[in-house]
Design a protein around this ligand. Structure first.
Ligand code: SAM
Ligand code: SF4
Length: 325
């Protein structure tokens, strides 16, 4: 059976936040003090996460799982969870701020993790410090090298672009990606920031990113798949870039994502305003069929699109770190 919503979209990509905690405090994600963390006993255990993941894979043919957070590497013994999920034979990936990778990249790779996205929004030390509120640029750069050395393939770098803040680094990031042999993915700033400073004027649109890069390193489009990134390859064969244009060129029509938060809430969209409580159902003794009913109901209720560009848009109460980006 497939997880199909009322618009005919089939869902095969599960994002799992393993914690809401983080060792960074990125301006566009958390407040300076950090968020009010979820109580530990409220977080799903590895066994509970595995149970939902197994159900999604075995019953609905989910074939792609990404671990995220908060910062997934702050969850103790993460490689144990990776090992359990790798046994499900899915495309297993993780999004991380990269700062712990010099220590854990090899363990995670050995446990069965295959793909890594590392977030990095500035190549300048001062700006990195201002954006993340941590003076850790060198460690993140070492983390990228550690990921490459450990054999992760591909390694992707996620860059959230914000007008007036780091939009002068578009070409520098393209150059960085070409030199390192990693795929840079530019992400439009989304209204999921804890400080609520988002505004449409802060978004750097896809068109501008593409044009600036094309002027220095000519690019051509790569055929689109259900993946959110609009992809371009360098015409000289030196790799590719991706642009995730959630705001200016939304891809809701082909969205195949479902989400599980660290506290066991199932969500049908990054911008959903409703949580479906799988944790309490599990802890209350629900059978797999009962969990499946909740999941199917949630997917059935998925709306056509996020509507950021409309007056009807309602900002979710959870920010990015509490949903899992
Ligand atoms: N801590 C990990 C990290 O930073 O990669 C994983 C979780 S983080 C919430 C996942 C992704 O969401 C990161 O690439 C981050 O840059 C992105 N992100 C966070 N807040 C965002 C926002 N308001 N708009 C766009 N992307 C955002
Ligand atoms: Fe932490 Fe990632 Fe949010 Fe930055 S974007 S504060 S690293 S969860």
């Amino acid at each position: 059976m497939e997880l199909v919503d009322t618009f005919g979209r089939v869902h095969r990509d599960l994002r799992i936040a393993v914690t809401d905690r983080c060792n960074f405090r990125c301006q566009y994600c958390m407040t300076e003090e950090g968020m009010v963390w979820m109580p530990r006993e409220g977080l799903l255990s590895f066994e509970e996460i595995e149970r939902i993941a197994r159900l999604a894979v075995e019953r609905y043919g989910v074939d792609s799982i990404r671990l995220t957070g908060g910062e997934p590497t702050v969850r103790a013994h993460l490689s144990r969870l990776v090992k359990k999920l790798a046994a499900l034979d899915v495309d297993l990936a993780m999004t991380t701020n990269g700062v712990s990778l010099p220590l854990v990249a090899n363990d995670l790779r050995d446990a069965g993790l295959r793909r890594l996205n590392i977030s990095l929004d500035s190549l300048h030390r001062d700006r990195f410090l201002e954006l993340t509120r941590r003076d850790d640029l060198d460690r993140v750069l070492q983390g990228i090298d550690a990921a490459i050395d450990a054999g992760f393939d591909p390694v992707k770098i996620n860059v959230v672009l914000m007008n007036g803040i780091n939009d002068d680094e578009i070409v520098d990031f393209a150059r960085f990606g070409r030199e390192k042999g990693v795929i840079v993915r530019f992400i439009e700033f989304m209204p999921l920031d804890a400080d609520e400073k988002w505004g449409p004027e802060r978004v750097v649109p896809l068109k501008r990113i593409m044009e600036e890069i094309n002027e220095v390193f000519p690019i051509e489009p790569v055929e689109r798949t259900s993946a959110p990134a609009t992809r371009y390859r360098y015409t000289d064969g030196e790799g590719e870039i991706g642009i995730i244009a959630t705001v200016t060129e939304k891809f809701c029509d082909t969205c195949d994502r479902i989400r599980l938060t660290a506290d066991g809430q199932f969500r049908n969209c990054l911008f959903a305003v409703t949580d479906y409580n799988l944790r309490d159902a599990m802890r209350g003794g629900a059978s797999d069929d009962e969990l499946a009913q909740i999941i199917e109901g949630a997917v059935h209720d998925k709306w056509a699109g996020h509507g950021i560009d409309t007056v009807h848009f309602i900002r979710p109460k959870r920010n990015m770190s509490q949903i899992g980006g």
